[in-house]
Design a protein around this ligand. Structure first.
Ligand code: ZN
Length: 111
């Protein structure tokens, strides 16, 4: 992949700050898809919900891996909306890289 980027969870354009609590390391694919979004539509309910915040929420409470580990599955409104908004389960480059990790035995991570 590429070098990780420092991402603003709440974008500066929406009043976010440069404080550590608002920063996260993201790959360029996810960061590009997220852009300045902080919420997105839950495809199951049609409701607009907050995107997953890795500073304040726990990954396993919102996501899991499908069988084989190729795709991330959203299990809550926030999880489902984040999977769609950041293209976590359908970005072809991310899926390709993840498939190599699976072949190498590095993925999916054990709990
Ligand atoms: Zn990513």
């Amino acid at each position: 992949m590429a070098r990780l980027e420092i991402e603003h969870l709440v974008p500066l354009s929406k009043g976010g700050t440069n404080e550590e609590l608002n920063l996260w390391l993201a790959c360029p694919l996810c960061n590009g898809h997220k852009a300045n979004q902080t919420e997105a539509v839950d495809p199951e309910t049609g409701q607009i919900v907050p995107l997953f915040n890795p500073r304040t929420q726990i990954w396993h409470e919102h996501f899991s891996w499908n069988e084989g580990g190729l795709k991330i599955v959203g299990n809550t409104p926030t999880g489902r909306a984040t999977v769609i908004a950041l293209h976590l389960a359908d970005d072809p480059d991310a899926l390709l890289v993840r498939s190599f990790w699976i072949q190498a035995g590095w993925h999916p991570p054990e709990k």
